[in-house]
Design a binder for this molecule. Structure first.
Ligand SMILES: *Cc1c(COP(=O)(O)O)cnc(C)c1O
Length: 392
């Protein structure tokens, strides 16, 4: 059936036809509980009325004009994003990878401004930043880079959650202009660093005049219990990238900059035909309004804690369970063995989950998930995990 689709994804044999909140229905009308949100995208759940209304109303007026004109809803969205983040300005793109491309270009141009003619960016092992050439070069995963050499130069890789390694890299190179890092690694296995990791990176950047660039594409927009994950640390980055949940399924990305970094990209230095178009921006405005009106960001902490307490009660101390960790509704259950089969078993049981870094069950439930659904998630997945680990 998908023979005319390039096989870039190993797809599960299910086609969803419609959704409502945390529920999805497939072409056989079987119902599923969505604990993945299309990988941290549909945080308001499916078919959210506020997003639906914004898209209908905007599409009756205008879908697209061009960034060679002013765009009212884009300016409104930039006002709200900068107010919520403490940043100064925004470049809008259509995806996460493109937001990171903007950040990488910004860092290089910032370096040229300082007289550094081979600027380099520190990136992390096990990181994920996207699939374009520059972003896959920044990504710390050999599988993602395999077959695409020559890679884009100018990235220096160090272990994640290791401030000393960053300090060493800075002292060994005189051309470093920025650090690009995820506040929590998503694709890399829901890796949560030491509580003061970002604060220490901020201090190193201040000391050496480097840009701290946070990839909040997965952690942002309320996922971890703050609008942005760096707000747990009470710091500000120089650059921050967003995408995934910003449009609740409508493609939109953003590269936010502050201070000196906000002055780097000038007229003619970057662009996008679709980036920040009226349709995508009105969806994002509806997302921000709903997060606020429904108190969903504070709820993410409460609900994430409840989900993990449920799993801990069932799984903690059981054989083969290495760790149950979370920040808000970004949740990882790490086993000591590869466990990709659990994805298909959960699907059979009417539950959507994901396994990342081979051994870590990743849950990214919609922030609107209710108590009964949280209970169902724990009650459905725990026995599957216990049955799976029992036969290891
Ligand atoms: C998903 C993701 C990206 C890439 O976003 P795309 O929209 O797929 O290009 C980049 N960084 C992080 C941390 C992500 O989770």
């Amino acid at each position: 059936m998908t023979s005319h689709i390039m096989p870039t994804y190993g797809r599960l044999a299910v086609t969803f036809e419609r959704g409502e909140g945390a529920w999805l229905w497939d072409s056989e009308n079987k119902r599923y509980l969505d604990a993945l949100s299309g990988i941290a995208v549909c945080s308001l759940g499916h078919a959210h009325p506020a997003v639906h209304k914004a898209l209908c109303e905007q599409s009756q007026k205008l879908l697209h004009t061009s960034n060679i004109y002013r765009i009212g809803v884009q300016e409104q969205l930039a006002d709200q994003l900068t107010a919520l983040s403490g940043m100064d300005n925004v470049f809008f793109s259509n995806s996460g990878a493109e937001a990171n491309e903007a950040a990488i270009k910004l860092a290089r141009k910032y370096g040229y401004g300082l007289g550094i003619d081979q600027p380099a960016i520190i990136v992390m092992e096990k990181s994920f930043h996207g699939r374009t050439l520059a972003t896959l070069s920044a990504t710390g995963n050999a599988k993602i880079q395999q077959g695409f050499a020559p890679l884009v130069e100018g990235f220096i890789r160090v272990p994640y959650n290791d401030v000393g390694a960053v300090a060493d890299a800075i002292s060994q190179h005189n051309n470093i202009v920025a650090i690009l890092v995820e506040p929590i690694q998503g694709e890399g296995g829901v890796n949560i660093p030491a509580p003061d990791y970002l604060n220490q990176l901020r201090a190193l950047c201040d000391q050496h005049h480097l840009l701290l660039m946070l990839d909040e594409i997965q952690t942002g927009i309320g996922r971890t219990g703050q609008f942005l994950a760096y707000q747990h640390n009470r710091i500000l980055p120089d650059v921050c990238t967003l995408a995934k949940a910003l449009g609740n399924g409508v493609p939109i990305g953003a590269c936010l900059a502050r201070g000196k970094a906000a002055e780097v990209l000038t007229a003619g230095s970057h662009g996008s035909t679709f980036g920040g178009n009226p349709l995508a921006c009105s969806a994002a405005l509806a997302v921000l309004a709903t997060l606020e009106a429904d108190g969903l960001i504070a709820a993410a902490t409460r609900k994430g804690d409840a989900i993990c307490a449920g799993f801990s009660a069932r799984l903690q101390g059981q054989p083969h369970i290495v760790d149950i960790r979370h920040k808000g509704m970004m949740i990882g259950i790490e086993l000591d063995s590869p466990c990709a089969e659990l994805v298909g078993q959960a699907l059979q049981a009417g539950l959507l989950i994901n396994v990342t870094n081979e051994r870590t069950i990743r849950l990214l439930p919609p922030l609107i998930m209710d108590e009964a659904q949280i209970q169902l998630l724990v009650d459905t997945l725990s026995p599957l995990i216990l049955a799976f680990t029992a036969q290891l």
